[in-house]
Design a protein around this ligand. Structure first.
Ligand SMILES: [Fe+2]
Ligand SMILES: [Fe+2]
Length: 676
């Protein structure tokens, strides 16, 4: 469905006076600034028409059938600048939103589209874009008179290293007026906690085609009657599709679509979140293949950016209760879990089993037993994602554990051995408590706290106050991973001089003395004239230019650190005659570096070289290639060059690759020539 963008308020005021002949008042109370003729012309007739409708109702009477309900704000494709707003009305009315930054009068407007859903209600969908990252917005939807309001905060920009929070709720799964009350208490608690966003792990309602259940999701009755509508209107949410959510769910909540419906990903600062739709994957090999492709691409890219990788889907593949050996879950586990381990996903957030559990699980289905640091934090193990199940946010049902056997080829260990925490051990299936898990995410740690409490739907009382059920901190070693910020590169074209310069910049350089950068370009339009280091004290560079790939290795003796973006290399090109500069594409394909560490391995000599000693031919085994692998990890990489650079002008044997008793650029050239 195409969504239309409506220009900002100032533009609208002028367009209105031109087309409708009346100024905008109540809906757009705070006009400010002037607008140029050019901008006014950007409004299409259709967009202006919609705004005229806004105007026409501003002096009407309240019509409850036109008041927006079930209002929610889901992350858009780019969560730092886009959101998808959805709401319903009983009667047909305009689909418009007005937003302004909290504390800022200037407003922007967007118009969406509506259609009649299966409930007979009007479904209004608005795609909002162009927002500022990590910024709180307040908004009003509706026709300008019959309206509803809310607030939300956009996501941190990709790679912004600020700490942020989110809440994780599994299986809100409203089925009747009674359990809706328990959910209302959970959602009211989320409103108090006020996380940056809320992740809902599927089974939003018990039956997505039942409009009453949607009504109860937002309007809860009981002690916290507005818990739902307050949470949904005032939080940024991200959802995944559960087995109780069929496609009718999208008549109420709109996630972005990437690989099939509702498999999508978004960046939130130092984290990439990937939501998979295992329901679609279950019934369609094609959907599964598409989602696998998306997952691999997204994880690879996130890892290159140094982000945490969190994957969300509904049906728990590792869990503490009875769904552990359902046929379709075994099948999904066999397919997805080796991939999630291989890719080194950090955290997997699941639902469906109405239990709280967690465990770091290897590709074979074993408990990875991660190392515990002195401060009690858990060291993120390699290739063993932390699989969590978030309990039950509502009041419908709680599953128990079961005895099971492991079938052929199923990566699973017996008796829930793969878990570190399982709430059935403490009677969660008997206590039937509501569960909220929260995360605080920073670049090198994820702190998680899980709360439980009990809302008694019979007596409408909280019979067990909120308490901390589980908490842990997951740490990862970010010292070796240096973030390369590919987006920040600059392309400067000087058309008069027929030259083009491309500057490669790095963020967060951490104790690095070796850099390897590669660009691809079209040799039909450009000719490389120079590649050079921008860093002081460069003692070594090695450049190549082959088949449209220009690469440069830079070495410094003394490692550098920089928390601000820094120019590292500059590539200069001559633009060939007759080339239109708009057609030039230069792509950064590699921006690597290593952090230096002391590795005192011995050099071993293999292979053959010969020299004459006292008239005898002595055959010695020596391989330059092996010698170049200074840290002895079986490959020649930038890490080896980095070590050698620190020994510049010394007689260090390990780094004296050509054995001329001095470590110098000749050795670096050899290492660079063997680098993978
Ligand atoms: Fe489920
Ligand atoms: Fe469920």
């Amino acid at each position: 469905m195409k969504k239309r963008y409506v220009k900002s308020l100032g533009v609208m005021a002028i367009a209105m006076s031109m087309l409708a002949g009346t100024p905008v008042d109540s809906f757009a109370a705070s006009t400010s600034g002037t607008v140029s003729e050019e901008q006014t012309l950007e409004l299409t007739g259709q967009q202006a028409q919609g705004l005229a409708e806004v105007q026409s109702v501003t002096k009407g009477v309240i019509d409850e059938a036109k008041i927006p309900e079930q209002l929610n704000v889901h992350v858009g494709d780019d969560a730092s600048s886009q959101v998808n707003v959805t709401y319903t009305t009983v009667a047909d009315t305009n689909t418009t939103i007005r937003l302004n930054k909290v504390g800022d009068e200037e407003a922007i407007y967007f118009q969406g589209e509506s259609y009649v859903g299966i409930s007979g209600k009007y479904i209004h969908e608005i795609a909002v874009s162009g927002l500022e990252a990590y910024t709180e917005y307040e908004y009003t939807v509706g026709d300008g008179f019959n309206s509803a309001t809310g607030t939300f905060k956009t996501a941190l920009a990709k790679n912004d290293s600020q700490t942020f929070t989110f809440a994780y709720l599994a299986d809100t799964q409203v089925s009747n007026a009674s359990n809706a009350k328990a959910l209302g208490a959970t959602l009211a608690e989320i409103n108090v906690m006020n996380p940056d966003f809320v992740y809902l792990a599927g089974d939003i309602t018990d039956r997505a085609t039942n409009e009453d259940q949607w009504q109860w999701l937002f309007n809860n009755d009981g002690l916290y009657p507005t818990g739902g509508e307050d949470m949904f209107a005032n939080s940024l949410i991200a959802i995944t599709q559960g087995n109780h959510d069929n496609n009718e769910m999208y008549q109420h909540i709109n996630a972005p679509e990437e690989a099939d419906k509702i498999a999508y990903s978004f960046d939130y600062g130092c984290m990439r979140f990937i939501s998979l739709n295992l329901e679609m994957a279950r019934y369609s090999d094609d959907s599964r293949a598409k989602q696998e492709e998306m997952l691999r691409k997204e994880v690879e890219d996130a890892k290159a950016n140094g982000q945490w990788v969190v994957v969300g889907f509904h049906k728990s593949l590792y869990t503490g209760a009875s769904h552990i050996v359902d046929g379709d879950i075994i099948d999904a586990r066999k397919f997805w879990c080796p991939i999630l381990a291989e890719l080194g996903v950090d955290l997997v957030l699941q639902g469906h089993d109405h239990v709280y559990s967690r465990g770091f699980v290897t590709a074979e289905g074993e408990n990875a037993h991660p190392a515990i640091n002195e401060d009690g934090s858990i060291e993120q193990p390699a290739n063993a994602p932390l699989y969590m199940v978030g309990g039950h946010a509502g009041g419908l049902k709680w599953y128990s554990r079961k005895n099971y056997t492991v079938s052929e080829g199923d990566p699973l260990s017996l008796n829930y051995e793969f878990l570190d925490v399982n709430s059935t051990d403490t009677g969660s299936d008997i206590k039937k408590e509501q569960v909220i898990t929260t995360f605080e995410v920073s670049e090198d740690a994820i702190k998680s706290v899980t709360y439980m409490f009990k809302y008694d739907t019979e007596t409408d009382q909280i019979t067990t106050d909120k308490y901390v059920y589980d908490e842990f901190t997951l740490e990862r070693d970010t010292s070796g991973a240096v973030t390369s910020y590919l987006k920040g590169t600059e392309l400067i074209v000087d058309e008069n001089e027929d030259t083009l310069e491309y500057t490669v910049q790095y963020d967060n350089i951490n104790e690095a003395n070796a850099f390897e950068i590669a660009l691809s370009y079209d040799t039909n339009v450009l000719e490389l004239t120079e590649s050079a280091s921008c860093l002081d004290d460069t003692i070594f560079t090695d450049s190549s230019d082959e088949n449209g790939v220009a690469s440069l290795i830079i070495g410094l003796q003394t490692p550098v650190s920089s928390s601000v973006r820094r120019n590292v290399a500059k590539f200069s090109f001559k633009i060939k005659d007759g080339v239109d500069v708009d057609e030039i594409i230069v792509k950064l394909i590699k921006a690597d570096t290593v952090e230096l560490s002391d590795i005192e391995d011995q050099l071993s000599a293999l292979d053959i070289s010969s020299e004459t000693v006292k008239g005898e031919v002595v055959t010695e085994f020596y391989s330059y290639e092996k010698a170049c692998d200074i840290n002895k990890d079986g490959k020649v990489t930038l890490a080896d060059l980095a070590i050698a650079l620190t020994k510049y002008q010394t007689t260090d044997e390990k780094c004296d690759i050509n054995r001329d008793d001095i470590v110098n650029v000749l050795d670096y050239v050899m290492i660079a020539s063997y680098m993978e």
